[in-house]
Write a protein that binds this ligand. Sequence first.
Ligand SMILES: [Zn+2]
Length: 195
Amino acid sequence: MARQQRIVARPWSCPEQVHGRKAVEVLRPGDGCGIEADALVTQRDDVALAVITADCAPVALSSPEGVFAVAHAGWRGLAAGVLDATMEAMECLGASRVHALVGPCIHPECYAFTPADLEEAVALGGEGLRGTDRYGRPALDLPAGVCAALRRAGAVVDEVSPTCTACSPDHWSWRAERDRARQATVVWRDARSGR
Ligand SMILES: [Zn+2]
């Protein structure tokens, strides 16, 4: 908690992530904790929206109208449509143009899938997920799949982190290390700068 408050001093909203589709609107500071959801959306400038990830992708979204969101997207969440749900929730609050940043997640180099599992993931989550690992074997390309889903839903992808959580020594990974710790991605708006 003390560490959180040094990053941004206000109650953090952090849902109970279930690899589902649900995006929840945060109406008051600290709301959304413990709710089963994989995305939080708000237009308030006194809240902090957070998701916890290891190998899944954290996505930060914002609009010029001041509506912003954070989402947790692994391939199951992509298949469930979590980014579509997030975009819909933002549009409901008046977002017109949505810009997205994709944070550190596992990259295809480290994410080999059996051909059958990859076909299943691609069938559910889109062709963007198809990749190859560092040895040329079939692999899931999560950042590409996330970008494809964001663009399909109408977002502009401004930045994709080049960091792979599985082989970066500075990031936690479940797949590579069975790490028990996680990254937190927190998004908030600075009322003074409007960003
Ligand atoms: Zn890697």
